[in-house]
Structure formats: C-alpha cells, structure tokens
Design a protein around this ligand. Structure first.
Ligand code: ADP
Length: 479
C-alpha cells in the first residue's frame, strides 16, 4: 500500500481560514478511501488541541535543539490519522494561525513554519525515529515549501508533490531571518529560495518538487505569465513540464443541500421550490424586507482586493437600485468593511452585512441566495462558486483561474443547449460587473429559464472522488 504524508497549515474542521483547509480536510481522506496509507500532518495550534479529545503520543523529537512531540488523532468525521506537531510556537498561540488580532503576521512565522517544514522533512526522510515512512510527500503552499527543499537534500527520499493554492502568499522573509533559521547556506541562491534578495518559502516547493500542481487548469496557465506569476513566471515556465492544473473538488457531504444541517429547509433538484424557504428565513434573520419577488445576491469570502471589492463598491448604489437585495458575509480589510457597513446602514431593507467568520451563516447564504457574487481579480480555484452551483445559486464570476474553468455563462447559445450554469464577465471593470448583474436579474424574472439553469448547475459533479485519481497518477508518474 502506498504511503502518503500530506502536510498543510490548516485542515477543516480542525482549523480553517480559507480554501486550503477545505482541500486538506477532504482530499487526503478520499485518497485513504481509495486505498492509500495516509497521514495528515498539521501544527497543533492551541485551538486544535482544545477541540480534540486526548491525543495519542506518536513520538518525541528534537529538531535544531527544539523539543517537540508528534501527537495522533483522527480528523473529525473521518478515519484519517492526523499527526499534530506540538510545540509552544503553535500550541501557545491563540487565535488565527497566521496573524495577530490586528491582522499583522505573527513576528515569528518564519520560525513556526520552518519548524513544520523541518519536521515534515524528517518524517519524509526517515529521520524522525518513526517506523512509518512515506513513499510520497505532498506539501501545500508557502508554509511547507522548505520541507520539499530539505527533503531533496537526502539521497533516500520519497517522491515530492507541491500544490500551490495561491501564489499571492510567498512566505517572504529577510536575510537576517534566513540566517537565524539555520537553513543550508546554499538555499540563499536565485536557483533555490532567494527571491529578489529575500528568502521565499514557496520557492522551496516550486524549485525542488518532482511535480507542482495548482488548483485549476486556467490558473496553471496564468501563473506561467505576467501578472499571474507575480515574478515567479520565469521559474514556473522552466518547470512547465512538471506543472499540472487539477481542479479542486468539494466535500460533497459537508456541502449538500439535501442533508445540510444548517439549513432552515433542505432541498434537492426535485424540490427546488423549497429553496425559497431558506431565502425567507435569511431575510427574517438579517432584518431584510421579506421580499420573495426580489432576487437575493449573496457574497461570502475574505473582504480583500483579490475578491473584487474594487469592482463592487463603485457600483454598489446601482446594484441596490436594480431591485436586488444583497447579503455579505466576510472579514477583511477595514476600509472595505466600513464601506459595506455604511451602505447596509443606509439601505437596511435591501442590504445586510455580517463582519464575521460564520460557517453556519455561510451555508445558509449559499442556500438562500439566488445569485452568488464572486468577481475576483484572480482566483486559483475558488470553492464558493462550486458550493453555489451545488446549491442552485447561480454564480456571477469573472473569467479568471478556476472561476473560468467551472462556470458557463448564460447566453442565447448556452441557454439553448442547456450548458449555462451562471454568469461570467471578462474585464475587471465595475461597469461590466453591473451589466452582468443586470443580465442575471433579467433572467431571474424568467423563472422557467432560471430553473433550467439551476438544474444544470446542480447536476455538475465536483466531488473529490472524481479528481483524487489525478493525484494518484502523479504519485506514480515518472520523474
Ligand atoms: P480563499 O481560499 O481564497 O479564501 P475559496 O473560495 O477558495 O477562497 O475558499 C473560501 C472558503 O472559506 C470557503 O469554504 C468559504 O465558505 C469560507 N469562508 C470565507 N469567508 C468566510 C466567512 N466569513 N464565514 C464563513 N466561511 C467563510
């Protein structure tokens, strides 16, 4: 049985800040179900230790003079053995894994994720004193880039795969930090971790991994060019042969309108009329006018530039004037939070904003809304538009990255051939967003056609079961 060590900085439901957690919380379990012997390695954040029952002890380790423990638990709701790296750098740190309550990165993030990387590399190369050693090391995002680089120092090493969930976060640290970490001196080179006179953790994965994957085919193309490559396009072009775009799947148990425990009323394609009960319930909860005859637009996500806030805010007045109601759930940059809150205060019947991270509300918005707004400037894969499709909530997206790969615009041809699943626009221009929303609203008033597009959306299969075998092929592909 092939052994896989899957390493990430977050995994749902133990710890989640974004899409990475959704992937790390579902792909390894599906790979296990398909016959692999899998261990998921995560930091034992304080919050994680508080959330689980007493873990078992796997090993004591010493890394660079630091004493730590590997604990074992199961990812809740699965049979996936999950190893937790316990050290005060993680376990004595409440709150967000990456930043303080003011939103500033923890000052010792380099030390924290270098430690995660060193431990992953030690396990991968059989230097952790364990009797389990992987055939494949699969790392994710900048937090684990050095693990790949360190593993490649060893003669007896496993196959390595590195997945880029977003190139926007590169794990950049200055020279003094690099020196303090005590990584091999030759890593300070343009052909290793150095990036314009800084140390970039993500380069460890991009330079050394046997295979690089990213989370959609279109994003794989975009990052080989400017501006998507964010300065790494040259390196990624060089490694083109080893770069593969594999679209993310979704956890089809957690995100299923037929069984979703958070919903006022569950529904299926056959009982789609019941979706309206969720809309009425959400309108009541959030204090919106109880209007069944107005389309409800939902937005869930980080309130940051990437998610297209600069496209929405200039036309927010026109959006509300077009007769829709708008619900926003998210946290992010204060200037966006303030503008959204001010707009909601001025239009309490039509707009509600929840500045929170709220799993239950995210599900209820997916079920209640008619249209899901996701006009990202860039989007490696995007999960919310996939959840929206499954919930018959038609996504309105910009044609970038995974959004371009997963949503089919409603136009006369796609409506006629039954392939339309949402609304897509090209240019990052608020006027285009507004025109596309107006198109969506017009279609909403044609309930017969709307229903047909909803059914096409709900029939899409984005389950991991269909995609996990792409990873299994890479785990055994020639290197
Ligand atoms: P990203 O990883 O760039 O943040 P994705 O669309 O890939 O974006 O994944 C975001 C995930 O985080 C989704 O599961 C989404 O529902 C969830 N999410 C984001 N913001 C919130 C929030 N404020 N409350 C609840 N869930 C949220």
């Amino acid at each position: 049985m092939e052994r896989l060590l899957f390493v990430a900085s977050e995994a749902y439901p133990l710890i989640k800040t974004g899409g990475l957690a959704d992937v790390a919380g579902s792909l390894p379990e599906v790979l296990r179900q398909q016959g692999m012997d899998v261990r998921l390695l995560l930091p034992a954040y304080q919050h994680v230790l508080e959330a689980i029952g007493p873990p078992a002890l796997v090993a004591h380790m010493e890394v660079e003079g630091m004493q730590l423990r590997i604990l074992s638990t199961y990812l809740p709701g699965t049979k996936l053995e999950t190893w937790l790296l316990e050290h005060p750098l993680f376990s004595h740190r409440p709150g967000n894994p990456y930043h303080d309550p003011q939103g500033n990165p923890w000052p010792d993030n380099a030390d924290r994720f270098a430690l995660l990387s060193r431990v992953a590399a030690a396990i991968a190369t059989g230097q952790a004193g364990l009797d389990w050693r992987p055939d494949v090391l699969h790392c994710n995002d900048w937090h684990t880039g050095p693990a790949i680089a360190l593993t490649h120092l060893s003669e007896r090493r496993p196959r390595t795969v590195f997945t880029v969930h977003s190139l926007a976060h590169m794990g950049l640290f200055d020279r003094a930090t690099f020196d303090r970490l005590g990584l091999p001196a030759h890593f300070w080179s343009d052909s290793a971790l150095e990036f314009y006179n800084q140390c970039s953790f993500i380069k460890g994965g991009l330079v050394y991994a046997d295979y690089i994957t990213t989370v959609s085919p279109t994003y794989a193309l975009e990052i080989c060019d400017s501006p998507g490559g964010m300065g790494l396009e040259g390196l990624l072009r060089q490694r083109r042969e080893r770069l593969v775009g594999i679209l993310n799947g979704i956890d089809s148990q957690v995100w299923n309108p037929a069984t979703d425990p958070f919903l006022e009323q569950r529904y299926t394609p056959q009982s789609l009329q019941d979706k309206a009960l969720n809309k009425a319930a959400l309108q009541a909860t959030l204090g919106l006018a109880p209007a069944a005859d107005r389309p409800l637009v939902g937005l869930v996500g980080r309130l940051v530039e990437q998610k297209g806030l600069e496209l929405i805010l200039p036309v927010l007045g026109e959006i509300l004037a077009s007769g829709v109601q708008l619900v926003v759930l998210g946290t992010g940059e204060h200037r966006y939070e303030r503008q959204l809150q001010a707009a909601a205060a001025a239009h309490p019947d039509a707009m509600a904003v929840a500045l929170a991270y709220d799993e239950s509300l995210a599900h209820r918005i997916e079920a209640a809304a008619d249209i899901f707004l996701m006009p990202s400037l860039f989007e490696p894969c995007g999960l919310n538009q996939l959840y929206s499709l499954r919930y018959g909530t038609l996504p309105l997206v910009r044609a970038v990255g995974g959004l371009a790969d997963t949503v089919v615009d409603s136009n006369p041809q796609t409506l006629a051939d039954g392939t339309a699943t949402g609304f897509v626009f090209e240019r990052p221009d608020p006027a285009e967003l507004l025109a596309t929303l107006q198109r969506a609203v017009a279609l909403w008033y044609d309930q017969r056609q709307w229903r047909q597009v909803q059914l096409a959306a709900m029939a899409q299969d984005f389950s991991w079961q269909r995609r996990a075998n792409r990873y299994m092929q890479l785990y055994t592909a020639p290197v």
